[in-house]
Design a protein. Structure first.
Length: 702
């Protein structure tokens, strides 16, 4: 214990000094603002994580809760006893192997770093893991923005945006990750490994075809992720493998064709089947997608994959190899989990897909601020409100397919002759009916809402599962959440459909780019605002992530795009993901959660991290009544207060203010939960007041 305390003090002092010195050195150089921004941001993460680690090591020096199993097992590995295993541990030994590697690396330095596999030194593994995780998150977000930049300029995006830096910091501050960085749990390292695999995936889709060397590296990342946690198989195989299958189809480069006049529904279906089969798929930006767009996306990619199996398999064979390895492990082990299999039996638990949205909404509350007044806009749009116009018309003409070509076919499924058009009389009754349905988005949306509400009610009624572990341990916050919500009766459970639905709507909308409730028009670049769900989506084939596609943005030339990035720092951060990406994310999240009978907040970590990486930037939209340019131009007719307001608006338009509020929110949650954990211990007592668990102090935690 003395050694542990010494290590905690030494490590805290060392990293605190390092965290303070880096930004000072960068500031003194005054030559690289980006490096200074990164250094300051990551120094904050380092200082916060080290402070938390030090406080936990002093207040809770002995293994606590699951550490009672993890720390002794890791110590066995440090001693070389690799064949001994505690049957109560259900996760693979990846964390312990990583700790052994740290021990061996520390031994090379002699007495400089005394990594003796004590409780504090093992906990320090997750401090390092959190720092690495933050850096990987930064690289991942940068790669996501790079794909958009390269698609429109043909050049590489070198500078990292402020949005990417702040996103990475906020991911590191995510309360479940930050909290467990001070304890010896698997979650931090597991998430870091998955992010490493995701970064590798993002680099792979930055080119048309992957190399065999990179395919082997993908297998290594996949196996490493499986060594951390079994459910990572979904995020490696389904999430990344699915996205690469989409990438393989989008790089088919179908030729542009003229769309003939097709008076019958059969002719239309045949034409689109042929177009889909060559890779001319339906994949609108998520903010433009309606429920029928999502269905068409699934159908079009399915047809394309069936007609191009060699191309798809060549791209995803490494992920298939990881899946085969996982299946082999399950067959050898006799099940998915190690150790205690009786309490971890795979069960269909659909209610998990209801719980996840309020979870996201709580931790990402500041990101939902653009939805402060959605009810008015929704009501107006539903009951006679005038539809907004602007970006939708531009997008409907900007369907990109192939290398810089615009495919006429991309806008066809929603392109029906107008009522006054003489050609409409030549259409078959079946095609006229189909056009009428497609041209009436409101009934489709209402049907979708009714179906989701009915499905939610059915899940609550027939598939609400309360695991014994949830109610057996009052040291976890989930115990109290279930006690005061799920356990209050059937009627209360059904009423929870309201927050479930609202949370899902806002989280999905934030992923698509938050709705602009104020501006009457918006530009394509300013896709910071989600396109209203009551406007029909343009039937666009989303631009391929391949670097070979270089299509200027509307109104921009190739040379103007890099300049635009300098003028508007959020220009490359506002791009929402495609419908296919959103659907693959939803599928992966569902598969990773619905097989778990236990509702555990830590199961939501990777879904939240991936969602957070995909969330585009948002900024204050343009308003005609805000004469910012004239005010800043120095006109004497403007008052000083208006000038200050104009400058403030300029700042808000150049930076996503939600991220600052998100940082404050996450820090507040971490401070509150950390204080409760450290300063509010209690002793277990039975109903008669008898002290339980030998009087050991118990602490509240996630």
């Amino acid at each position: 214990m003395v050694t542990d305390t010494h290590f905690a003090t030494f490590s805290g002092t060392f990293l605190a000094t390092l965290g303070l010195s880096v930004p000072i050195i960068i500031f003194l150089s005054r030559q690289n603002k980006q490096a200074c921004s990164i250094a300051v941001s990551f120094s904050f993460v380092i200082l916060a994580s080290v402070a938390w680690f030090t406080l936990v090591s002093h207040a809770v020096p002995r293994p606590y809760l699951d550490e009672v199993f993890h720390i002794p097992q890791a110590q066995k590995y440090c001693e070389g006893r690799f064949l001994e295993w505690d049957d109560k541990i259900t996760t693979p030994p990846g964390l312990y192997i990583f700790s052994v590697l740290l021990q061996k690396s520390a031994n090379v330095t002699g007495n400089l770093l005394a990594f003796d596999c004590g409780a504090s030194t093992l906990r320090f593994t997750n401090v390092l893991g959190l720092i690495v995780l933050a850096y990987l998150a930064l690289l991942c977000r940068h790669e996501i923005e790079s794909r958009f930049y390269e698609a429109h300029s043909g050049a590489r995006l070198k500078a990292m945006s402020t949005f990417a830096i702040n996103t990475a910091v906020n991911i590191a501050l995510f309360p479940l990750l930050f909290f467990f960085s001070g304890l010896y749990y698997t979650d931090v390292i597991s998430t870091a490994v998955v992010l490493g695999a995701f970064l590798n995936h993002l680099k792979r889709v930055g080119r048309d075809r992957s190399s065999w060397t990179n395919d082997l590296m993908t297998i290594v990342f996949g196996v490493a992720a499986l060594f951390m946690r079994q459910t990572n198989v979904f995020w490696i195989v389904v999430w990344m493998g699915g996205l690469e299958a989409v990438h393989a189809i989008k790089t088919l480069r179908p030729k542009r064709v003229d769309r003939p006049f097709m008076p019958t529904l059969t002719a239309q279906l045949k034409f689109w089947y042929l177009r889909y089969s060559v890779g001319d798929v339906h994949d609108a930006p998520l903010g433009l997608a309606w429920p029928d767009d999502m269905l068409l996306t699934i159908i079009s990619f399915g047809i394309a994959a069936l007609h191009n199996p060699v191309r798809v398999i060549r791209q995803i064979w490494s992920y298939i190899s990881v899946l085969i390895a996982f299946v082999g492990f399950v067959a050898w082990n006799g099940g998915v989990v190690l150790g205690d299999k009786s309490n971890h039996v795979a069960t269909i638990h659909l209610a998990q897909m209801l719980y996840i949205w309020p979870f996201f909404a709580f931790f990402s509350l500041p990101l939902l601020l653009p939805y402060a007044v959605p009810l008015f806009d929704t009501t107006t749009a539903l009951f006679g409100g005038k539809a907004r116009h602007g970006v939708l018309e531009e997008y409907s003409e900007q369907s990109i397919s192939g290398k810089g070509t615009v495919s006429e076919s991309d806008v066809a499924p929603r392109s029906c002759p107008a009522r006054g058009d003489s050609s409409s009389a030549k259409l078959s009754p079946a095609l006229r009916t189909a056009c009428l349905i497609v041209a009436s988005p409101l009934p489709i949306w209402l049907l979708y809402v009714a179906a989701t509400l009915a499905a939610s009610a059915a899940v609550i009624k027939f598939n609400t599962i309360v695991h014994p572990f949830t109610l057996a341990d009052n040291r976890h916050y989930m115990f109290y959440i279930f006690r005061y919500t799920i356990r209050r009766g059937d009627l209360f459970r059904l009423l929870l459909i309201i927050p479930y639905t609202l949370s899902r709507w806002m989280i999905w909308g934030t992923l698509a780019g938050c709705t602009d409730w104020l501006a009457p028009t918006r530009s394509v670049l300013s896709s910071s605002a989600r396109y209203s769900v009551f406007q029909p989506a343009a039937n666009t084939s989303n631009v391929s992530v391949s670097r070979t596609i270089a299509v200027p943005m509307p109104g921009q030339t190739d040379g103007q795009v890099p300049e635009l990035a300098k003028i508007d720092p959020l220009a490359m951060s506002c791009k929402p993901c495609s419908t296919s990406t959103g659907l693959v994310f939803l599928l992966t999240t569902a598969l990773s959660l619905v097989t778990a009978p236990l509702v555990e907040p830590r199961y939501f970590i990777i879904p939240w991290v991936m969602w957070r990486l995909l969330v585009p930037a948002w900024k204050i939209p343009d308003h005609d009544h805000c004469s910012v340019s004239r005010t800043l131009g120095g006109q004497n007719t403007q008052s000083q207060s208006q000038s200050y307001m104009a400058r403030l608006l300029v700042v808000l338009k150049r930076y996503d203010v939600r991220l600052v509020l998100e940082t404050i929110w996450l820090v507040a949650i971490n401070v509150a939960t950390g204080y409760i954990f450290l300063a509010k211990p209690y002793v277990w007592r039975d109903e008669n007041g008898l002290v339980l668990d030998e009087g050991r102090l118990q602490r509240f935690m996630w």
